[in-house]
Design a binder for this molecule. Structure first.
Ligand code: GRF
Length: 223
């Protein structure tokens, strides 16, 4: 079987990247392998971690490019040259321009810290608290040109507890982001999930509702 190759796009601390690599090492990523980390932040912890782990890092500063589109097309174009089966945005804090998203042919996913379609964009934990939500969580979705608006593939839920600060809630969500991203990537690598320009399918059938992360850190299908 062809190798399931992953390019991770990351901009910051890189805890989701580390979770993917730990799962790969432990044989819990369905045989998938992270072949490259691409970044818009050359000095980020994510890039340093990739380099220290012997993984190719493609890291460029957008300020060295003459246009936004030029940077995005270069980064995604170089990522695609690594022949990825899946591109995984894991804390990639940049809105890619539409032409660069198209280069990925629907095979780009992103992890977002809210139960989409609630709270696309930034400050999701603050917004969930301000709304008085009793439940919050994280989503993995297919990347489309509109920010955080692609089909939602899988979600994990956490309670909002009395007295929560945004930081406390963010930590609780992050603890579920890692297994959610690992389980979703594993489902792609094992062929349960597939994604392309036409959307996302589960066992060959268009996904009609997000999968949920269960207590065993596996994805359950909607009924
Ligand atoms: C995560 O909460 C992710 O959902 C959001 O940014 C954060 C990145 O964390 N997009 P890390 O860099 O993976 O630690």
């Amino acid at each position: 079987m062809a190798e399931f190759r992953i390019v991770v796009l990351a901009s910051g601390r890189g805890s989701n990247l580390r979770a993917l690599l730990a799962a790969q090492e432990a044989g819990r990523l369905g045989g998938a392998r992270v072949v490259c980390v691409a970044s818009n932040k050359p000095h980020s912890a994510a890039v340093a971690f990739a380099e220290n782990s012997g993984i190719e890092a493609l890291a460029y500063d957008p300020r060295d490019f003459t246009s936004r589109e030029g940077f995005d097309q270069t980064l995604v174009g170089l990522a695609m040259e690594r022949k990825p089966s899946l591109l995984v945005c894991a804390g990639f804090m940049r809105v890619l321009s539409a032409d660069s998203v198209a280069l990925a042919k629907g095979r780009m996913i992103n992890i977002h810290p809210s139960l989409l379609p609630k709270y696309p964009g930034l400050k999701t934990h603050e917004r969930a608290l301000a709304e008085g939500d009793r439940e919050h969580g994280c989503s993995v979705h297919q990347v489309v040109p509109e920010v955080d608006a692609g089909p939602v593939i899988a979600q994990a839920r956490v309670p909002v507890l009395p007295g929560d600060s945004a930081e406390m809630l963010a930590s609780r969500v992050l603890l579920r982001e890692h297994p959610l991203l690992v389980a979703t990537v594993r489902a792609f690598a094992e062929g349960k999930l597939s994604a392309g320009p036409e959307g996302v399918a589960c066992r060959g059938i268009p996904l009609h509702a997000p999968l949920s992360l269960d207590d065993d850190d596996c994805l359950s299908e909607p009924r």
